[in-house]
Design a protein around this ligand. Structure first.
Ligand code: NDP
Length: 454
């Protein structure tokens, strides 16, 4: 039976574009549809613009630290509009690169919303026409979720945060996950009076407990009003001011409320039910190790499958799909030991198990922990401890988790990730010469341990 295309990809984000380009390179006839902008969440309104705002926000700390090193600066001033314009220019450039790469790979692009009509049929919504394909790859990603509180429409999400016309004087960020702590740090660094309101007892549930405690303290010390154990009950607007009511009875006047309360797969109205694709409770496409859904001709990669919602993972899943289906090389994505970072201020880099997880997985573990004032702080006068933790399975000496809070944590953990993935032991760490003076040298000079469990 003849199809219009061998492969039709819905969504031109990190995973979809990688899969489309590789499949085309392997000889498949490929089309891709994108309803918004090429590049997807990461490039357009996620990791990339976020990191640019993080860089901007960190200047504040650098200005403060500079005095200790002999610099005197006039009162620095900041212009939000200039930052957003520069960020938008860079994002446009990157989005165009995605368009060009698809074109150069021979992929046909449709600037349109695509919905699934059946196992081999897609409808382009604006063009109002059907297209057939032997296989469909769904790579539509996720979208921010707002809890159902009265007045929630008065609040923004990370989508809108990138396009505010002005920097708010005061902003309240709801949530305690990646996006919440990153944006609270950004707004605080840029000079907004920032509140972080989280329903749990410590931010960043799922991260190592010492890192969670350390970050909470650092956020408070840097001037963020951190409120724990509270949930929003309603938002009201009077004039230009918003009033946020919490479930403990407290009220807060603020200019903006930003919900960073998680993301959900963007499968609403996508037509997955038309083809009988099985989805989970959050609307995620359920897939096997080769990203194949319950309908053999339909696959899913990236956040829409809600496995590990990170860009490099989506890219690997897209590549593995193309290898498996179009290059006769069945490839399973390994979701173990993924290094990850949180670009809060200070930042976090982590790989492997938390102390709690390591204990339950290995019974007995050696915990090496170091808390120190980074060298730069000695002269700058800043008091903010770097925390480093190395968790070792006592029986095998294998390093099963590394957690860092402090400057350059992301860079350190990315490089360290290679050793951990290769199965490095504590003895391997000890045999590695220190690079002095650096923060990372702490990892290979740790001697004091506490043995837990067993
Ligand atoms: P997370 O799942 O990390 O955090 C969501 C937060 O919202 C949690 O603190 C959660 O609380 C809270 N929350 C959820 N529902 C409610 C509710 N009804 N009322 C109040 N609070 C609520 O999601 P994010 O949106 O921060 O990030 C989404 C994903 O994007 C991440 O999981 C990550 O994979 C990815 N990401 C990665 C980044 C990176 O690598 N640097 C940066 C940004 C995002 P609780 O903990 O109690 O459930």
């Amino acid at each position: 039976m003849g199809f219009d295309y061998d492969l039709f990809v819905i969504g031109a984000g990190s995973g979809g574009v990688r899969a489309a380009r590789m499949a085309s390179t392997y000889g498949a006839k490929v089309a891709i549809a994108e309803e918004y902008r090429y590049g997807g969440t990461c490039v357009i309104r996620g990791c990339v613009p976020k990191k640019l705002l993080v860089y901007a926000a960190r200047f504040q700390g650098s200005f403060e630290d500079a005095a200790g090193f002999g610099w005197s600066l006039d009162e620095p001033s900041f212009d939000w509009a200039s930052l957003i314009a520069a960020k938008d220019k860079e994002i446009d450039r990157l989005s165009q690169i995605y368009v060009k790469l698809l074109d150069q790979s021979g992929v046909t692009s449709f600037d349109d919303r695509a919905e699934i009509v059946g196992p081999h049929e897609i409808k382009l919504v604006n063009e109002n026409r059907s297209i057939s394909a032997e296989r469909i790859l769904v790579a539509v990603g996720g979208t921010p979720f707002k809890p159902d509180v009265p007045g929630k429409d008065l609040g923004i999400t990370s989508n809108e945060a990138f396009h505010l016309t002005d920097l708010p004087n005061a902003i309240t960020v709801i949530g305690g996950g990646y996006i919440a702590v990153e944006f609270a740090s950004i707004f605080n660094g840029l000079g907004a009076k920032t509140t972080l309101a989280y329903r749990g007892p410590k931010v960043l549930r799922g991260f190592d407990v010492d890192i969670r405690d350390g970050l909470t303290k650092a956020l408070i010390d840097r001037g963020i009003d951190v409120r724990l154990g509270v949930s929003p009950q309603k938002i009201e607007k009077k004039g230009d001011d918003l009033t946020l009511h919490f479930d403990d009875g407290a009220q807060l006047q603020t200019d903006q409320v930003m919900f960073a309360t998680g993301r959900v797969p963007k499968t609403d109205g996508l037509g997955l039910d038309n083809a009988g694709v099985k989805v989970g409770s959050k609307g995620q496409i359920e897939v096997d190790g080769f990203s194949q859904s319950s309908v053999p001709s339909i696959y899913g990669v990236g956040d829409v499958t809600d496995r590990v919602n990170l860009t490099p993972v989506a890219i690997r899943e897209g590549a593995a799909f193309a290898q498996t289906v179009y290059n006769d090389q069945p490839t399973n994505v390994d979701h173990e030991l993924i290094p990850t970072a949180v670009f809060s201020e200070p930042e976090i880099g982590t790989i492997g198990l938390t102390q709690e997880e390591a204990l339950s997985a290995h019974g007995e573990i050696d915990v090496y922990k170091s808390e120190f004032n980074p060298m730069k702080n000695t002269i700058s006068g800043r008091v903010e401890k770097t925390i480093m933790k190395v968790l070792v399975a006592a029986k095998t000496d294998r390093v099963v988790g590394v957690h860092i809070l402090g400057p350059d944590a992301a860079e350190i953990v990315q490089a360290l990730g290679i050793a951990i993935k290769m199965g490095a032991t504590k003895a391997d760490f000890d045999a590695t010469m220190a690079l002095h003076p650096s923060a990372g040298e702490e990892l290979v000079t740790m001697k004091d341990k506490v043995t837990v469990g067993g």
